[in-house]
Ligand binder design. Structure first.
Ligand SMILES: [Zn+2]
Length: 139
């Protein structure tokens, strides 16, 4: 397959994970040129979702924000964060759950500031979609 260069909006979020939770250090937005055949990853859970030039599910930051306001939680991301704390030797469940609350808070703040479309895998798209639809049904 010939290589095809495509332009995608890229948002770089620089964040730091510590025992105080996740702190967002910097957010920069720009265009990035990538090989269209390169594998894209889900912006929500980092799962591989196929070639860049054929991403099935793209959501606007507004849509993600709306789903979050209706109770969507990035469960996969939280699960990975909890695992990371445990791998750092943390065993206090109450403490871990406190850190998870802070992590979620920081993540929601990041979603609010996000200005680029989100590429989603099948699972995350379905989860987000459920929360968006929920709103449409009950508004
Ligand atoms: Zn995903």
């Amino acid at each position: 397959m010939p290589e095809k260069r495509i332009q995608i909006p890229a948002e770089r979020v620089l964040f730091e994970v510590s025992k105080d939770g996740v702190a967002i250090l910097d957010t920069t937005i720009g265009m990035k040129e990538v090989d269209g055949n390169m594998t894209a990853v889900c912006d929500m859970c980092s799962a591989a979702i196929g070639p860049m030039n054929n991403v099935q599910h793209i959501k606007s930051p507004e849509a993600i924000s709306r789903a979050v306001k209706h109770g969507y939680m990035p469960e996969e991301m939280l699960r990975k964060s909890a695992e990371m704390l445990k791998s750092m030797g943390e065993t206090n469940e109450a403490f871990i759950s406190d850190i998870m609350d802070k992590t979620l808070e920081s993540w929601i703040e990041m979603v609010d500031k996000s200005e680029t479309p989100w590429a989603l895998c099948e699972n995350c798209h379905r989860a987000i979609q459920a929360y968006i639809k929920h709103k449409e049904v009950y508004k």
